[in-house]
Design a binder for this molecule. Structure first.
Ligand SMILES: Cc1ncc(COP(=O)(O)O)c(C=O)c1O
Length: 390
């Protein structure tokens, strides 16, 4: 039985400093708590940072994905192609429209949607491809955009993990029709809860903005300001998806620190990879086949069953006993009851995703960690590999 470590290293702890705290206090003192000038400032700064023409702030990535599909006019009976290896949000937003999520298996090394299989999944009802930049590494956008353009499909990117990631030297956020980011508590930039949709298309941006606040005509939030008017018009049934100034203030402070936080995660990932390379019990993330910069939201190792007598679940338990918190990304969507019962998906249908899921462990990787924390993780993995070697 391993000796329990003195202090538990959680899977994640947000990096919140005095800048974020001061920014929130300033908003509290301003008396303007909900959507207002800070949100507009955050949108402008985010657009500038990613190089996007438009950025629409919302209260989650799920909301951004939902509004993206609304903006492209997704309708009942349409189909959207997405990887089964993703989070609940990417699939459920398709169901909101009574449209069909069409799952595709992932690539073995990258966990990304397999571009080879996208074309096989296209039918006359397909409207969009929704790739996920898994763990913070960009999917192969050239291939995906080429397929989309050949078949006249829209591309909505789930970039919940991938700020700041680059594909062929260009920031993720300007490739597909719309790109959706998450600012959930564990993400690379957090506002507690929050999200952003970026696009080059002003019509998409305008539609998402209107839908994000009750379908009310432009700048609904301004109706309580000196230059605003109490009068407004509801154009269509919208949603209550707006981000608040309190959240945007945190986002602005985080954005200013985004490159530095990413550099810390990249350094931790290098440290992990260097330390774990000689260990055959765990496979480290494979480098992409193409030129890209990883955002390192997640560092996912795969348990090697040829080298270890125990499975992934037991390794997680052993890590926990050694004081290390971990997670698993993801349980493929087709294995969940919703899609087995509702859409007829079944276990065994996407063998690569199922194999990746069975072996994957996400290790702690965040800027609030130091090198000793990372070394504790690798030492625990070495210890487990020694104890449970085949
Ligand atoms: C791949 C992916 N897409 C979408 C989301 C949803 O993000 P949010 O919680 O901001 O709605 C998540 C959240 O973890 C995610 O991992």
């Amino acid at each position: 039985m391993p000796v329990a470590a003195t202090k538990f290293l959680p899977f994640h702890r947000a990096q919140i400093g005095e800048d974020e705290i001061d920014a929130v206090v300033e908003v509290l003192r301003s008396g303007w708590l909900t959507t207002g000038p800070r949100v507009r400032e955050f949108e402008a700064a985010f657009a500038h940072y990613t190089g996007a023409s438009h950025a629409v702030a919302v209260n989650s990535c799920t909301a951004a994905l939902h509004l993206s599909l609304a903006a492209i006019g997704l309708s009942e009976g349409d189909e959207v192609i997405l990887p089964t290896m993703t989070f609940a949000a990417s699939g459920e937003v398709v169901l909101y429209f009574k449209a069909r999520p069409v799952f595709v298996d992932c690539e073995d090394g990258s966990f990304h949607i397999d571009p080879e299989r996208i074309e096989q999944a296209i039918t006359s009802r397909t409207r969009a491809i929704l790739p996920v930049h898994y763990a913070g590494s960009p999917a192969d956008m050239d291939r995906i955009l080429e397929i989309a353009s050949k078949h006249g499909l829209k591309v909505i990117e789930d970039a919940a993990h991938s700020l700041p990631a680059r594909y062929k030297r260009r920031m993720v956020g300007t490739f597909g029709d719309i790109t959706c980011f998450s600012f959930y508590a564990t993400k690379t930039l957090t506002t507690g809860e929050g999200g952003m949709a970026t696009t080059e298309n002003p019509d998409f941006a305008n539609r998402m903005r209107i839908l994000s606040l009750h379908g009310i005509s432009r700048d609904a939030w301004k109706r309580y300001t000196a230059e605003g008017s109490w009068r407004y018009e509801i154009l269509e049934a919208g949603y209550k998806y707006n981000l608040t100034d309190l959240q945007a203030a945190i986002g602005l402070a985080q954005l200013a620190n985004c490159d530095a936080m990413c550099a810390k995660r990249a350094a931790l990932s290098e440290r992990y990879t260097r330390a774990l390379a000689p260990l055959d019990g765990f496979e480290t993330p494979r480098p992409a086949r193409y030129d890209c910069d990883h955002a390192w939201h997640l560092y996912v190792v795969q348990v090697n069953p040829a080298a270890l007598r125990i499975d992934r679940d037991r390794v997680i338990e052993e890590l926990k006993q050694r004081g290390i918190g971990t997670s698993v990304h993801f349980i493929p969507l087709h294995l969940h009851a919703l899609y087995r019962k509702g859409s007829g998906y079944r276990a065994g249908q996407f063998p690569v995703a199922e194999k990746c899921f069975a072996r994957a462990i996400s290790l702690p990787i965040y800027p609030a960690m130091n090198e000793e924390d990372a070394d504790r993780v690798t030492e625990a993995l070495y210890d487990i590999a020694r104890e449970f070697r085949r």
